[in-house]
Design a protein around this ligand. Structure first.
Ligand SMILES: Nc1ncnc2c1ncn2[C@@H]1O[C@H](COP(=O)(O)OP(=O)(O)OP(=O)(O)O)[C@@H](O)[C@H]1O
Ligand SMILES: [Mg+2]
Length: 329
């Protein structure tokens, strides 16, 4: 039996079965979450490949949207995995983030709604983006093209999540210039922390020269296998290094999570009661609530409006709480 199959059996415990039954009834989220006073632009980055960047981006985004918030996912990886997972067509002719970065097309012209999740939107990536790293080099303001595009986007948004490629090239730099927060997914495996120093140094460089607001706000442990001592050791090490940034919720290794993209879905719609779905729901909740607790640092306003969850037929209407991206920085 595969290791992942064994782990997935946690979905077949009485508690999991009860949760499975309860979740669709409660409409996934069951509670509203505080809406940030200004749009939170979060860069999901780790130049190590396959650590769960895309999985985290799409599932956290779905979690926040299901809690009633308006969320945009920007797929900044030529692989287009986030677009696939959100069921967004991204063949070569589809208007995409490439057109925004290289051709200067408005973001609003390429953003598409995600069919299954109300309040969730996606800017897709196509294979064209593979050439963008080179094409950007000769363009004016090559590091801040994504920032400008987001700033000009007038639709109200609570969160923007940017899924980065596994490299630290110009695409990732564009994301770091565009965001205020970096979210680093760390896979609970050997070598987990390898390369992290380089990412942190890049964040420091961008902060020093291009974007003073940038900081690593969140670390999420992914593919956590509670039965192995290694996962526990890695988690402990990460928690020691990044005491204030690591979310209490760790994402378990789950077959449901890895199956969902092949159906063009997030795990929250594919199997809402699975351990993977519940963990991403909880991580989204923690992410939103921590910002309110930390509001004293001036980056986010405390007591932000609480929006009702997405469970009822009532969509949350845009309000004055939704600041446009203009003036974010
Ligand atoms: N919690 C999990 N349980 C099981 N499989 C997972 C989990 N998280 C991610 N995976 C799987 O691991 C693989 C890598 O995940 P993902 O694509 O999210 O990583 P990534 O960091 O975006 O990769 P890349 O660096 O190539 O962009 C995928 O096949 C995904 O389905
Ligand atoms: Mg990816």
């Amino acid at each position: 039996m595969q290791e992942s199959e064994i782990v997935d059996q946690v979905d077949d415990t009485p508690v999991a079965r009860t949760a499975h039954a309860a979740v669709p009834v409660t409409g996934y989220a069951g509670e509203g979450l505080p809406r940030p006073a200004a749009t939170r632009v979060m860069v999901v980055a780790n130049q190590k490949g396959g650590v769960g960047k895309t999985t985290t981006t799409v599932n956290l985004a779905a979690s926040l949207a299901m809690h009633g918030l308006r969320v945009l996912v920007i797929d900044l990886d030529p692989q287009g995995n986030a677009s696939t997972a959100l069921g967004i067509d991204h063949h070569a002719e589809v208007p995409s983030i490439y057109d925004v970065l290289v051709e200067g097309k408005p973001l609003a012209d390429v953003v598409q709604p995600v069919v299954d999740v109300e309040g969730l939107f996606c800017c897709p990536a196509t294979i064209d983006l593979a050439g963008a790293e080179i094409e950007l080099v000769s363009l004016v303001a090559r590091e801040s093209r994504l920032h400008r595009a987001i700033a000009a986007y007038e639709q109200p948004l609570d969160y923007v999540l940017i899924d980065c490629p596994p490299s630290l090239g110009l695409l990732t730099v564009n994301a770091l210039v565009a965001g205020q927060e970096v979210l680093i997914p760390i896979q609970c495996e050997y070598y987990a922390l390898e390369g992290l120093g380089q990412l942190l140094r890049n964040v420091e460089l961008v902060r020093a020269h291009l974007n003073p607001a940038l900081h690593v706000s969140t670390i999420l442990l992914t593919m956590y296998d509670a039965r192995t001592r290694l996962a526990a050791q890695v988690a402990e090490e990460v928690r020691t290094h990044f005491e204030n940034e690591v979310l209490a919720t760790a994402i378990p290794r789950s077959v449901r999570i890895s199956e969902a993209p092949s159906y063009g879905q997030t795990v929250l719609t594919y199997d809402p009661g699975s351990s993977g779905a519940l963990s991403y729901l909880e991580a989204g909740r923690e992410l939103a609530l921590r910002a309110v607790v930390k509001a004293g640092d001036g980056r986010h306003r405390a007591g932000a409006a609480v929006v009702p969850p997405r469970s009822g037929a009532e969509p949350s209407a845009p309000t004055a709480q939704h600041s446009s991206m203009e003036g974010n920085r």
